[in-house]
Each structure stands twice: as structure tokens, then as C-alpha cells.
Design a protein around this ligand. Structure first.
Ligand code: FAD
Length: 322
């Protein structure tokens, strides 16, 4: 019998809290709690409005970072809300083009229709891809829980056969990912490799461990060998050091990508060393789940959240990037 570490138990508990719809509703409907948690979220989310994401994006671009922007939201279960989300993403693409900020636009397919109807998600994705392509902007699909992996990959492959400016995220923690990567032979677009933020059953995934790091590195190597441009999306220094040591960071189109507010010291160090670094920024009202995931990944963030909730001013993580 294996015993879970305290960290893993805490992470699993936080991920369960993240999925509790009743708690999310309680937070959203209780202004005092909402405002308190919003202060904690400011460490990882630029703000609720597009303008907040754009402003932080410009400031980071001025410092020499590439940026991705995500309009946060997932599991949207109402057609009008899915259409509104796609409309917001369309406005974001338009604004990026006007302001000449070369950002990548990221989102969950379940924010634009997947939870209701795959065809709605496909239609909205391809409309956004067509618009983004006219402006030379790249779109990126996030990966969600394993129950959705087949649907997400199938929509991605259909859309990527028509539009070259769409990338896909793969989760190293899932046992199926090596096969999924092999299956992308007709979709040569950019691949982002992450460990995986969702709590998955033991027969489908492996937890944080040296074995997961090895698997992550194997997937990076395979993706590069298959000719993909690869985003190495991790804050794990062991993986980062191996990628540098093995020379993969010098392969065409390979970059490090880190979440806004997490390990800005590592982003700064990598950029100073001359490696391509992209910061992944988020904005939007649906920050609750995102905040829970960031705390689950690193338990000391719970203490940081308490400090931020009781502190005087709003966090400004951009200042921490050199
Ligand atoms: P971990 O083993 O979790 O952490 C390694 C070390 O990094 C920790 O010891 C700590 O020092 C530091 N660290 C990690 N997380 C934190 C934190 N929250 N706060 C402070 N320090 C931390 N997941 C998905 O499931 N689907 C997606 O589409 C997706 N997109 C992503 C896009 C980007 C650009 C990135 C960077 C991550 C994305 N993730 C996504 C999240 C990812 O799956 C992991 O949950 C997250 O990156 C933490 O894993 P890690 O690789 O940093 O390694």
C-alpha cells in the first residue's frame, strides 16, 4: 500500500474544493468573501477585465517577455454565455491586433461550448482561428479533465487541419499522453507540455514524482523529434535544468512558459540567461477555480493567500519580473 504525502493529500483536498459548485456559488454570492479571495487571486490573475490583462501584458512585453493571455472560464453550460465568451475572445484578438501586442490567446474549449455541444465549440473555435490568422495571432487550447480529452483532441485536430495557428496543451500526468502525441502526426502545430492541474484517478494518471518528471522530459523530446514547436510549461527547476543541459531549448520554436505570478524569479533568471521565456497571463471573473489550483500546487501559497487577503494594497506581480 502506498502512503500519500501531506502535500499530495493537501493538493487533492484543494482540487476537490475547486470542483465544489456550492462553494463557488457561495463565494460568488457573498460579497465580503468574494472581495477577500479576489485579493488573494490578484497574485495570479491580472484582474477581471480585458484591460487588466492587456496592461500587464504590455508591461511584461516591455521587459522582454513573450506573453500568452487567457480569458478564464470553463464548463460554461449556457449557450449565450458560451457565445459571450467567444465574443470576448474575439474582442481580445481585435485589441491585440490594434495595439500590436504579439500575444498568444489561450482558452478552454468548455468555455466556448464544449460542455453543451462539440459542434458549437468547433464553430466558435474556427471563427476565432480565422480572425486570429488574419492578424498573425496564435490561439492555444488548454487541456481539461481526462473525461474531456478525447473531445478536445478531436476538435483540435479537425480545426488544426484547416488553421495552422492553433496549438494544443498535453498533460504529462495522463498515461494516454504518449499515444496522443503520436496521434498528432497530421497536426504539426505547437504543443504545450504541462504536468496537469486536475485530480485524476490512479489508473489514468501518475502523481507528482520523479517518474512524472522523467515522463515529462520524454514527451518534450518526442514532441521536438516529431517537429513540433514546443512550449515547456513548468516551474519545476529539475525539468528546466535538464531541458537546458540536453540542449533542447536551442531547438527551433522551443520556449519556456510560466504562469504569471509563479516563480517570477525563475522567469527573470531564464530570460537574463538569454532563453526564450513566455509568461501566461489570465484575466476574467471566473478566477475561483484558477486560484484553488494555484494553491493546490504549492501549499505555502495558502499562507501567501492569507497575507494577501489581510494586506493593505493589491498585489502587482509584474514588478517581480526583471
Ligand atoms: P510542480 O511539480 O507542480 O511544481 C514544481 C515546483 O514549481 C514546485 O515545487 C514549486 O517550487 C513551483 N510551483 C509550482 N506551482 C506553483 C505554485 N502554484 N506556486 C508557487 N510555486 C509553484 N494544466 C492543465 O491541466 N491544463 C492546462 O491547459 C494547463 N495550462 C498551463 C499553461 C502554462 C503556461 C503553465 C505553466 C501551466 C499550465 N497548467 C495547465 C498547469 C500545470 O498542469 C501544472 O499544474 C502547473 O504548471 C504546476 O506544475 P509544475 O510543472 O510547475 O510542477
Amino acid at each position: 500500500m502506498t502512503t500519500k504525502s501531506v502535500e499530495q493529500t493537501f493538493a487533492d483536498a484543494m482540487k476537490s474544493i475547486a470542483r465544489r459548485a456550492d462553494l463557488k456559488t457561495y463565494v460568488e454570492e457573498t460579497p465580503a468573501i468574494y472581495r477577500l479571495l479576489q485579493r488573494a487571486a490578484a497574485k495570479y490573475v491580472t484582474g477581471e477585465e480585458r484591460q487588466d490583462g492587456l496592461e500587464a501584458g504590455h508591461r511584461l512585453a516591455d521587459k522582454g517577455y513573450a506573453v500568452s493571455l487567457e480569458y478564464i472560464g470553463e464548463n460554461t453550460a449556457d449557450v449565450r454565455a458560451c457565445e459571450a465568451a467567444a465574443q470576448e475572445l474575439s474582442m481580445l484578438i481585435q485589441t491585440l491586433a490594434e495595439r500590436e501586442l504579439p500575444a498568444r490567446v489561450s482558452f478552454d474549449l468548455s468555455h466556448i461550448g464544449l460542455s453543451l455541444d462539440g459542434e458549437l465549440a468547433y464553430k466558435q473555435l474556427t471563427e476565432l482561428a480565422a480572425q486570429a490568422q488574419r492578424h498573425g495571432i496564435e490561439l492555444f487550447i488548454s487541456m481539461e479533465e481526462s473525461a474531456k480529452t478525447d473531445a478536445i483532441l478531436s476538435i483540435y485536430e479537425r480545426a488544426a487541419a484547416v488553421y495552422e495557428n492553433i496549438g494544443i496543451t498535453l498533460q504529462a500526468q495522463l498515461n494516454r499522453t504518449a499515444q496522443d502525441l503520436n496521434g498528432l502526426q497530421n497536426s504539426p502545430g505547437r504543443v504545450r507540455i504541462v504536468k496537469g492541474a486536475y485530480q485524476e484517478p490512479g489508473h489514468l494518471a501518475i502523481p507528482r514524482s520523479a517518474a512524472l518528471n522523467e515522463r515529462y522530459l520524454t514527451q518534450v523530446e518526442n514532441a521536438i523529434r516529431k517537429g513540433h514547436r514546443v512550449s515547456i510549461a513548468t516551474h519545476d527547476e529539475t525539468i528546466v535544468a535538464e531541458v537546458i543541459k540536453r540542449g533542447w531549448i536551442h531547438e527551433p520554436g522551443v520556449e519556456f512558459e510560466l504562469l504569471y505570478g509563479i516563480r517570477p524569479d525563475l522567469s527573470s533568471r531564464l530570460k537574463k540567461a538569454g532563453y526564450p521565456v513566455r509568461v501566461y497571463l489570465t484575466y476574467g471573473h471566473e478566477w475561483y477555480l484558477y486560484l484553488c489550483h494555484r494553491i493546490a500546487e504549492y501549499p505555502p501559497n495558502l499562507f501567501q493567500a492569507l497575507i494577501d487577503m489581510t494586506g493593505a494594497g493589491k498585489a502587482d506581480p509584474v514588478l517581480e519580473y526583471e
